[in-house]
Design a protein around this ligand. Structure first.
Ligand code: G3P
Ligand code: MG
Length: 248
């Protein structure tokens, strides 16, 4: 396997339980707990700005309505993406991908960018996020680009072949090893329920790193670390992580 420069622990959606997910406030919270690696979800506005948001619609985590794919960035930038979490975060904006890149580089943090296209926008999003990542991280330890959508990863590969990629799996669907091979991935990231020592060894045997999401249970984390896992994405930023004495 190739060298793997990324930390073992990654904070999910920034530190997206302690602060509003996928906002700069969440990244600041995670960094405050000593995390030096983060996962976040990135999609495109109608006019092609890369920004952070998990859902296909705006209702759950912003003051907006409907699909973000139908709005330009100037409209998305006016939304409140923090008030849903609590009044302390009212008026927290949606961050542009470029702002998160700046935060991570200033704080020596690694980023796992989950390419999370709005439905039907897979290829445009994969290519645009890869191009933006290559520009923002030029000369620095690059972010790991991941996606559940092979079409998005293929577009990222074609746009910026040198950036590391990871296939996300919520089930072991037929043909996933062939897809991972064709996509030239550096890693496979599965739901933790799918991962065990045999799968870790199989992935390592193919030259791929093995990572899991979203591990919030100490016993599960301990088992996977003993089995040789290369990375764990967690919401439990206040309980696990690089500087916690009680971490598995
Ligand atoms: O990237 C791993 C994890 O974030 C995938 O699930 O739904 O939280 O984006 P989700
Ligand atoms: Mg995600």
């Amino acid at each position: 396997m190739k060298p793997w420069p990324y930390p073992l622990w990654l904070a999910h959606r920034g530190a997206g339980r302690l602060a509003p997910e996928n906002t700069l406030a969440a990244f600041r919270a995670g960094a405050g707990f000593g995390f030096r690696a983060f996962e976040c979800d990135v999609k495109l506005s109608r006019d092609g700005e890369a920004f952070l948001l998990h859902d296909d619609t705006l209702e759950r985590t912003t003051s907006g309505r409907g699909s973000p794919a139908g709005l330009d960035w100037t409209e998305l930038a006016r939304l409140d993406a923090g008030g849903w979490h609590g009044p302390a975060y009212a008026a927290e904006p949606l961050p542009r991908f470029a702002q998160i890149a700046a935060f991570c580089q200033a704080n020596a943090c690694m980023l796992n960018v989950e390419i999370k296209p709005c439905p039907g926008d897979e290829a445009r999003t994969g290519a645009a996020v890869a191009r933006e990542a290559a520009r923002l991280w030029a000369g620095a330890l690059p972010p790991l680009l991941s996606s559940f959508k092979p079409e998005a990863l293929a577009a990222a590969r074609d746009a910026e072949p040198a950036l590391p990629r990871a296939l996300l799996l919520d089930q072991l669907w037929d043909g996933w090893p062939e897809a991972a091979e064709a996509l030239g991935v550096a890693a496979v990231i599965t739901n933790w329920r799918l991962m065990d020592r045999a799968l870790i060894e199989r992935l390592h045997g193919s030259g791929w790193r093995a990572l899991v999401y979203t591990v919030n249970d100490a016993a599960v984390a301990g088992r996977l670390i003993a089995d040789g896992i290369d990375g764990l994405i967690t919401d439990a930023v206040d309980r696990f992580g690089p500087h916690r004495p009680d971490a598995p």
